[in-house]
Design a protein around this ligand. Sequence first.
Ligand SMILES: [Zn+2]
Ligand SMILES: [Zn+2]
Length: 260
Amino acid sequence: MIKLKYCYHTHTFRCGHASGLDEDYVINALKIGIKRLGFSDHVMLPGINQSGVRGHFSMKEDYLSSIRKLQEKYKDQIDIKVGFEAEYAERFTDYYRDLLSSGKTDYLILGQHFDFDRSDNPHYIKQYADNIPELYAYADQVINGMRSGLFKHVAHPDLFVTMFKKWNQDCEKVTRMIVKEAVALDIPLEINMHARRFWRNKAGNLIYPYEKFWAIAGQYPVKVVVGYDAHHPSEFDNELHFVNKLIAKYKLNFLEDYAI
Ligand SMILES: [Zn+2]
Ligand SMILES: [Zn+2]
């Protein structure tokens, strides 16, 4: 049974689909023995308004300062970092670089929920039902994101399964593409704790973490981390059964400790 000492995937109410006080996430993380806690709310983007998906750009400073205050307040008990979960697109790279180089942001993780490159309106990956060219576009975006050097790890790399009701050969190919690149660049992949536990999946699409993805990952020496992807403080529980099963069954190279 693993015991998770870190979590670098945590949201706040600002994204519009998470709730709870920032401080309660810290308190609940402490209760389950987390020693390193990273906040990674959906990145606020200049000029892009996606209400209910990510906070308005005007909320960015409040987010950063709120987490910095908690970092200071709890510094003797837990190592807190502030970052963002962000999509890779060429047009955002300067903005992301500025976030990091300014020192206001400690880290970014890559969560490729939206395709920003193909249209000015962000397109949710999940809506590309059974669309094989878009599956490969997703893989390219994730690989380019990893190559950009901007991201510490890939959140839910198996997000693409939500485009499908059935796993297929292209899913397998894309899995190998992503995993091989992660090995080459030494970037960990995240087993995500949120979707499988909290999504109501009425359409019957596949959901992550998806076992076939991780079975293939187990064939490579890729580093694996776990993220709660908490959208409420109560999600910091110790219900790690599914994750334990994946790690043990496929002999995944799970990082017991991971510091950003
Ligand atoms: Zn979210
Ligand atoms: Zn995500």
